[in-house]
Design a protein around this ligand. Structure first.
Ligand code: DC
Length: 222
């Protein structure tokens, strides 16, 4: 079986990372979570109190920073230089600031270079917002995962509660709607379904079912 590139895009909470990780595991592929890369830069920028409006300053910071995604048995660990920031990058503070960091063209260009390098040998499942439309335009399989905003907010709340964070569903829904707007209305590589992507609405579908559906699409392309 040849090793292909699989691009998975969609809005926050549509299930991209869970599904992408499962598909990668089944196929023995590398899973690349591009959102984690933007989150890692955001975490560091907040820590260093860099103005998130200043694209040039963020790009300088990125140039001096190594971001590593390390595969483990139960997922992925994220390192900024040598600091393990796996849980820190999922904080609400980072979640609410990351879309702003991701609007800057110079930041995106460098991220895209790094992402293409990671994917160059194939055998990858990459998830994000602009993978099918920009980063891996020639990916063999492109998936666009969607779900209603209510369901996505419910999933995020559940995730946060499992981590012991008290959450208000209405507030989380507002934060997701804001992130959707910033991600889809930005000038550079906005969130958009690629013309040749297959859309799967996950609102009423289990992770198992979505994974199966994607695996059978992979088989069809073999
Ligand atoms: O997938 P996520 O929620 O971890 O992504 C965090 C943010 O990063 C998301 O709101 C927008 C940005 N992002 C992006 O602009 N392009 C990508 N390829 C991945 C993420």
């Amino acid at each position: 079986m040849k090793k292909i590139q699989i691009a998975i895009d969609g809005p926050a909470g549509a299930g991209k990372s869970t599904v992408a990780r499962r598909v990668a595991k089944e196929l023995g592929y590398l899973y690349i979570d591009t959102g984690a890369m933007y989150r890692a830069l955001t975490y560091l920028a907040l820590k260093k109190k860099i103005n998130l409006n200043d694209g040039a300053a963020l790009k300088r910071l990125l140039d001096q920073t190594s971001i590593q995604l390390v595969q483990t048995d139960d997922g992925q660990e994220v390192y900024v230089d040598h600091e393990n920031v796996t849980s820190e990058i999922r904080s609400r503070e980072v979640s609410n600031a990351v879309s702003e960091v991701a609007t800057h063209k110079e930041v995106r260009m460098e991220m895209v270079n790094r992402q293409r390098m990671l994917a160059q040998d194939g055998g990858v499942v990459m998830d994000g917002r602009d993978i099918g439309t920009n980063v891996l335009k020639d990916a063999t399989l492109k998936i666009y995962l969607s779900a209603s905003v209510e369901e996505r907010a419910r999933r995020r709340c559940q995730e946060l509660q499992q981590k012991g964070t008290n959450t208000d569903l209405a507030q989380v829904k507002k934060e997701i709607e804001l992130r959707d707007r910033l991600d889809s209305e930005r000038d550079t590589a906005p969130l958009k379904k690629a013309r040749d992507a297959i859309e799967i609405d996950t609102t009423h579908v289990t992770v198992d079912e979505v994974t199966k559906q994607i695996l059978s699409l992979v088989k069809e392309r073999d």
